[in-house]
Design a protein around this ligand. Structure first.
Ligand SMILES: Nc1ncnc2c1ncn2[C@@H]1O[C@H](COP(=O)(O)OP(=O)(O)OP(=O)(O)O)[C@@H](O)[C@H]1O
Ligand SMILES: [Mg+2]
Length: 339
C-alpha cells in the first residue's frame, strides 16, 4: 500500500541544536504510527515539518501524495493537526470555535453547525458548548482542539500528544474516537508520552531519540527485540524453594532470582505460554504447592528504557509545562486554520 505519510532524511537545526538529524519514516495508508521518544527527541519538530509549519534544512516529505515543501497549501487542505499546545480562540464559545473551522474550510453554515454539534457530543463538551473557551479547563481545551482537527474529516491526521492532560475517562473516550476514525480509513501519526496509548492504538511504533529514528516495529516486535520474558513463581512453603528451582532449571535461559521473604522465584525463559504450561506440570508432578505463577513479558516501558537509556517517558513529565523551548508563538497554528 502507498504510504500516506513519508519523510526522507529530514534535517532541522536550531542554532547548535540538531532537532532532526535525518528522520525517515513512512506510514501506510489507513494505519497508525506512534512516535515515541524522550523530551526533546524531535517528535514535535517532525510533526511541524510534516504539517507544513516548519521548513526543514534538508530532506523530503510527502503527505497524502503531495510534496510538503513544494505544495504546502495543498497539503494543508488534506490534513488535520492537533498540537501539543492547544490553539483555540479564547473569546469564542466551544461551539463557535468548531463552526468557524468548518466555515474556514468552506462548509455551508448548516453543515458546519451540524458537524460542530456532533463533535461536541463525541468529546463530551455539549454542556459547555455555549461558554467561551476562556472558561474551559485544560482538559476541555485539549478536547476542543482535537475536535477542531476533526471538523473536516481529513484523510491524514497528526496528533501531537493528544491525551496529555486528559483524565482517564476522557482518555478512554478519545481512544474510542481515534479507533473509529482509523476504522473509517484515516491515516494517523500520533506522538505520545503514554506507552499504553501507543500499545493500544499504534500499528507501528517508531522510537525517536536525538532527532533520529532508533527503532521501528510493532509493539510486539519491539518487545521481542529486547527479550526479557520470564516466569515468576511464588511457592507456598519456603522449604519448597530449592525443589522448585530444580523443576525450573531445564527451562531457565539465565540465572534465577529468588526473593526468600516472599518465596518468589523469577526465571528468564523463552517460548511463551507453552513454557508456562510445562512449568506448571513439572511443579505439579513434584507436588510443589504454589500461591501464584505467571508469565511476565517486557512492557513498552522496558523497551523504551532499554533503547533510550532514559526512564519511561511519563516519568519525565514533571517539567513538561516549562519546556516551551523557544517555540515562537506565531508557529502555534493548529488544524490548518490559516488555509
Ligand atoms: N523553535 C525552536 N527554537 C529552538 N530550538 C527548538 C525549537 N523547536 C524545537 N527546538 C529544539 O529541538 C529539539 C527537539 O524539540 P521537539 O519539540 O521536537 O521535541 P519533542 O520530542 O517534541 O519533545 P517533548 O516530548 O518535550 O514534546 C529540542 O532540543 C528543542 O529544544
Ligand atoms: Mg513535543
Amino acid at each position: 500500500m502507498a504510504p500516506a505519510i513519508q519523510a526522507q532524511n529530514l534535517v532541522k537545526t536550531f542554532g547548535d541544536v540538531r532537532a532532526l538529524d535525518g528522520v525517515s519514516l513512512d506510514v501506510p495508508e489507513g494505519t497508525v504510527l506512534g512516535l515515541l521518544g524522550p523530551n526533546g527527541a524531535g517528535k514535535t519538530t517532525t510533526v511541524r515539518v510534516l504539517t507544513t509549519l516548519l521548513r526543514p534544512d534538508s530532506g523530503r516529505a510527502v503527505v497524502a501524495g503531495v510534496d510538503v515543501l513544494k505544495h504546502p497549501n495543498q497539503v494543508r487542505s488534506l490534513i488535520g493537526l492537533s498540537g501539543q499546545y492547544a490553539a483555540v480562540d479564547e473569546y469564542l464559545t466551544g461551539r463557535e470555535n468548531l463552526q468557524m473551522v468548518g466555515e474556514l474550510y468552506q462548509m455551508s453554515s448548516r453543515d458546519a453547525k451540524a458537524r460542530a454539534l456532533e463533535l461536541l457530543e463525541w468529546f463530551n463538551l455539549s454542556e459547555a458548548m455555549d461558554r467561551t473557551a476562556k472558561t474551559y479547563s485544560g482538559g476541555m481545551r485539549r478536547r476542543l482542539d482535537l475536535a477542531a482537527a476533526l471538523v473536516v474529516r481529513p484523510p491524514v491526521m497528526f496528533l501531537d500528544e493528544p491525551t496529555t492532560g486528559l483524565d482517564p475517562r476522557n482518555r478512554l473516550a478519545l481512544w474510542g474516537v481515534i479507533e473509529t476514525l482509523v476504522d473509517q480509513g484515516t491515516t494517523l501519526l500520533l506522538t505520545t508520552q503514554y506507552l499504553e496509548e501507543a500499545d493500544r492504538l499504534a500499528h507501528d511504533i517508531a522510537v525517536v531519540d536525538h532527532g533520529r529514528v532508533i527503532a521501528r516495529g510493532t509493539a510486539d516486535q519491539l518487545k521481542a527485540q529486547i527479550g526479557g520474558e520470564r516466569v515468576e513463581v511464588v511457592v507456598h512453603q519456603r522449604e519448597d524453594v530449592s525443589e522448585a528451582l530444580a523443576a525450573l532449571a531445564p527451562y531457565a535461559k539465565g540465572d534465577p532470582d529468588v526473593e526468600k521473604n516472599t518465596r518468589k522465584i523469577t526465571v528468564p525463559v523463552s517460548g511463551g505460554a507453552k513454557v508456562l504450561a510445562d512449568v506448571i506440570r513439572e511443579l505439579d508432578a513434584r507436588s510443589i504447592e504454589i500461591d501464584d505463577i505467571g508469565l511476565r513479558r517486557p512492557t513498552l516501558d522496558d523497551v523504551f528504557l532499554s533503547l533510550t537509556g532514559h526512564a519511561t517517558i511519563a516519568e519525565q513529565n514533571g517539567d513538561r509545562n516549562t519546556d516551551e523551548t523557544g517555540r515562537p508563538a506565531k508557529g502555534r497554528k493548529s488544524h490548518g486554520k490559516e488555509v
